[in-house]
Design a binder for this molecule. Structure first.
Ligand SMILES: [Zn+2]
Ligand SMILES: [Zn+2]
Length: 281
């Protein structure tokens, strides 16, 4: 029986609801899955509720975007006490900086002679919480400052462009520590995609407990390399498809990636040794 410890739902940018994900997982013959949405655990409760009717074990998860001086990384967290308000506050922290970032970017644009106000962008986004660069690009387009979204991004909004302002994220060290503080297991997501020099080694030094060895981004040589790295450092091995339904143009289906059940048993063994009041499953 195979497992998949990295799945997105409509709680972030996946196309299936948590219940649909559990249904699909059952149809694909998966025994264990983790709902690991970007920076939110809001899909976890629904997935946990769906698991009993579908004979699929759901591991509560999250995939946190974090920054390190040498680059960006995604850190997976499993089985933390995600309902703890302090953990939710940790996840919320970068979200509360979305508004101020857009205000800064609008200031830069006005300095360039483009009359854009942050309020217009918030209105486009339906609020400050979810606002991002695509909303700003749409406003630029609507005002005729650019001919398409591409020009808005390339000319003004991408890293290095004149109105770019860095997005504030939790650091990788803070993220790993927070997952542990709330009784969870931290895992480096798709290390093969991490660009920063020495980034994976830095994350291990910061205390990451596992490495996502198997994923669609890794060919067999990469999987082998990360597997050896995990062994050398005494880390857990995990695997997941990073399934987003049909939101991303990827050619795989749930269940295509072969992740052994053994990975789940080892993960669970470590969780059992962590003292915390989290739910048991
Ligand atoms: Zn990711
Ligand atoms: Zn992902």
């Amino acid at each position: 029986m195979n497992i998949d410890l990295h799945i997105h739902t409509t709680a972030s940018d996946g196309s299936l609801t948590p219940t649909q994900v559990v249904q699909e997982a059952q149809q694909a013959g998966l025994g264990v899955i983790s709902v690991a949405d970007h920076d939110t655990t809001s899909g976890v409760a629904e997935a946990l509720e769906a698991q009993d009717a579908h004979d699929v074990i759901v591991v509560p998860g999250v995939e946190i975007s974090a920054s390190h001086p040498s680059g960006e990384a995604h850190i997976l967290g499993y089985w933390m006490d995600h309902d703890d308000p302090a953990f939710q506050a940790f996840l919320e922290r970068p979200r509360s900086t979305r508004g101020p970032r857009i205000i800064e970017m609008c200031k830069c644009l006005r300095g360039l002679g483009l009359e854009v106000r942050a309020e217009e962008v918030f209105e486009e986004a339906g609020g400050k919480e979810a606002v991002g660069r695509p909303h700003l690009a749409k406003v630029l387009l609507a005002k005729g400052y650019v001919k398409d979204m591409e020009e808005a991004f390339q000319g003004y909004l991408i890293k290095g462009a004149p109105a770019y302002v860095k997005r504030i994220k939790n650091s990788t060290a803070e993220t790993i520590a927070a997952i542990h503080r709330f009784g969870g297991i931290s895992v480096i997501a798709h290390p093969g995609l991490l660009k920063g020099p020495g980034l994976v080694d830095s994350l291990i030094q910061e205390g990451a407990m596992g490495i996502e060895v198997l994923c669609h981004e890794h060919d067999s040589a990469a999987a082998e390399r990360y597997s050896e790295m995990a062994d050398r450092n005494g880390l857990l091995k995990t695997g997941g498809s990073d399934y987003h339904g049909d939101m991303l143009e990827k050619s795989f289906r749930l269940g295509d990636l072969q992740v052994p059940y053994q990975f789940y048993l080892e993960l669970k063994g470590v969780k059992a040794r962590i003292q915390s009041p989290t739910r048991d499953r």
